[in-house]
Design a protein around this ligand. Structure first.
Ligand code: PHE
Length: 467
């Protein structure tokens, strides 16, 4: 007999867990640079509109599907479509996607952990030297870091929903918010900090091109952890008193606020390091920003606070990012765990064992695809360039399948499960929902322009990435 399905113990526990999933590396480093480079305040306004007008309805729908069925994506899609195998397959995509993204995210989290170990060990100058990163990502120590990170994630997940995921979020999320504030206050005391703030906030409409618009929407979608089955799964753990529309709103606000505040941390730091920094020099990818550029900035602090002080600031920063990454990683892996437990009737422990093993092997492939093993480094090639195993996972699952999953969800909810049922589910725990303009907006948008827009993003990404 399977154990009864666990629930989050409180609404706040659920909100913190969902916000823990949403707040991740993307918020802390991806967003600030993206926003600053692509129009500052103009980007921020556009991003906020995307979050609330396009992403929030999708988030609410995911949570409703989860709570209604008390199942993960495969079970949920099947249950609401009377066992349709097409929708079962769509649900399966919603389990496979987080599993593969977990592999990609795990690699980054392992690197962050490695950076914590190295800064604590007095190696900040090595990380700041141009060669540090390249050497580091090919060093055997990574395997030790991988074991530690996998150990932490398993430790949290094996304890279950209430005592694992929720408890971890209740500790890590408030710590993260406090650390973020401390960093912002510290960074604002640096010389030229305000030049960074100005660069972040002053709107420049001329930068808003179609590709920036596309990028902003993808960033918002990904940042809110949509299209990955996560919110369906977390939604399956909430009780029927929880008000979904308002809980989702709080998650979206927290996620967006953290991204915004992260901008107040990163850009002043960048500008105090080099007041004449040319925006185009700001690295394109968050990966090089976090792993090569930021260590240089931290090292530069040694002239005012000494090497140990600079190393301490760097460690503090990487621990902050690590906390954000762990709560995200836990949420992605919970989706396949929940699938094996609910659909395949495995115990949580066994499910975690199987997943750790397979994800571990794939992570190993991805980790060694930066030069260590040439088969994975030169895995394949498309769009005229050679791609590593890591690149393939990123391009296929992260960039491409995510919007496709979003599209399928909108179509499913509007045309298969039907709006009436969605409304009914969302009215549970929120008496004023039925008949409100929020209800009208959600039903209308999910059945019309949201799926069209996400489908266009999907098509555009396929065209750009693979041809
Ligand atoms: N939303 C997280 C971020 O912004 C990332 C994430 C990815 C979370 C995958 C869950 C799953 O970094």
């Amino acid at each position: 007999m399977a154990a009864p399905r666990e629930n989050f113990s409180s609404r706040i526990g659920f909100i913190l867990a969902a916000a823990g999933s949403a707040v991740g590396i993307g918020n802390l480093v991806g967003f600030p640079v993206n926003a600053a480079k692509n129009g500052g305040g103009a980007f921020l306004i556009m991003y906020a509109l995307f979050v609330f007008l396009i992403c929030l309805p999708v988030m609410i729908a995911e949570m409703a599907v989860g709570r209604k069925t008390a199942k993960e994506p495969v079970g949920a899609y099947k249950a609401l479509s009377q066992g349709s195998s097409f929708w079962g397959a769509a649900g399966f995509l919603g389990v496979l996607t987080p599993f593969m993204i977990a592999v990609f995210y795990m690699v980054l989290t392992v690197w962050i952990f490695g950076y914590i170990a190295l800064t604590v060990g007095g190696q900040l100058d090595y990380l700041a030297s141009g060669a540090g990163f390249g050497e580091f990502i090919n060093s055997p120590y990574l395997f030790v870091a991988m074991m530690v990170v996998a150990g932490i994630v398993n430790f949290i997940l094996v304890a279950g929903v209430k005592d694992g995921i929720e408890k971890a979020a209740k500790i890590l999320m408030p710590s993260l918010l406090i650390m973020l504030m401390v960093m912002v206050v510290f960074v604002l005391t640096l010389d030229n900090a305000f030049a960074g703030i100005e660069f972040f906030l002053v709107p420049d409409i001329s930068k808003i091109t179609p590709s920036v618009v596309n990028g902003a929407l993808s960033q918002a979608f990904f940042s809110l952890s949509l299209g990955m089955g996560i919110l369906i799964t977390y939604g399956s753990y909430i009780n029927r008193q929880t008000d979904i529309p308002n809980s989702a709103k709080l998650v979206a606000i927290t996620d967006t606020a953290v991204a915004f505040i992260a901008g107040l941390m990163i850009l002043p730091a960048v500008f105090s390091f080099n007041p004449n920094v040319n925006p185009s020099e700001l690295s394109d990818s968050s990966v090089s920003l976090i792993f090569t550029f930021l260590p240089k900035i931290f090292l530069a602090l040694q002239s005012s606070i000494g090497y140990v002080g600079a190393s301490a600031v760097a460690t503090f920063f990487f621990v902050l990012v690590f906390f954000a990454a762990i709560t995200s990683l836990v949420s992605i892996i919970e989706v396949p765990v929940s699938y094996l437990v609910t659909e395949k009737k495995q115990s949580r422990k066994k499910a975690l064992f199987y997943l750790s093993f397979t994800a571990g092997v794939l992570t190993l492939f991805a980790t060694t695809s930066f030069g260590m093993v040439s088969f994975f480094t030169e895995f394949t090639s498309y769009a005229g360039s050679s791609k590593s195993f890591f690149d393939v996972i990123y391009d296929v699952f992260y960039d491409t399948i995510l919007p496709l999953n979003g599209f399928l969800l909108c179509v499913f909810v509007s045309y298969r499960w039907k709006k009436k049922q969605l409304s009914e589910e969302l009215s549970v725990g929120n008496e004023s929902y039925a008949g409100s303009w929020v209800e009208k907006y959600i039903n209308f948008s999910l059945g019309t322009f949201i799926p069209v827009i996400v489908l266009l993003i999907f098509i555009n990404t396929v065209a750009i990435k693979f041809f």
